[in-house]
Design a protein around this ligand. Structure first.
Ligand SMILES: [Zn+2]
Ligand SMILES: [Zn+2]
Length: 104
């Protein structure tokens, strides 16, 4: 799939007039790029390194931040430093678990 950077239209194939350069079927500009589905909500986003759309990333930030903020406030500097590694490890373990589940 492709998505237009100009009008945000999503389309399967660019329009080619007389075999020429591909253009967006909606706004007729050549400002389109590869699009992939957001792995959380399924809407099409530009394929630029992350598989989550901006809305889902924002939502995730709010959830993570919301749940941890109160705990973080009560921690000392040393505890926070330790917490960075600890949370990273916990996230890595959770990721490993989802990989194992997918394998069967
Ligand atoms: Zn367009
Ligand atoms: Zn999304």
């Amino acid at each position: 799939m492709y998505k237009c950077r100009e009008c945000k239209a999503v389309f399967e194939e660019p329009l080619r007039i007389n075999g020429g350069m591909g253009i967006c079927p909606n706004c007729k500009q050549a400002m389109y790029a590869n699009a992939i589905e957001c792995s959380t909500c399924g809407q099409y986003i530009f394929d630029d390194g992350t598989s989550l759309c901006e809305e889902c990333l924002h939502e995730l930030d709010l959830r993570l931040y919301g749940e941890f903020r109160e705990i973080f406030k009560e921690l000392s500097r040393d505890e926070l430093r330790y917490g960075i590694d600890s949370i990273e490890n916990a996230l890595a373990r959770a990721l490993d678990m989802t990989m194992l589940e997918k394998r069967g």
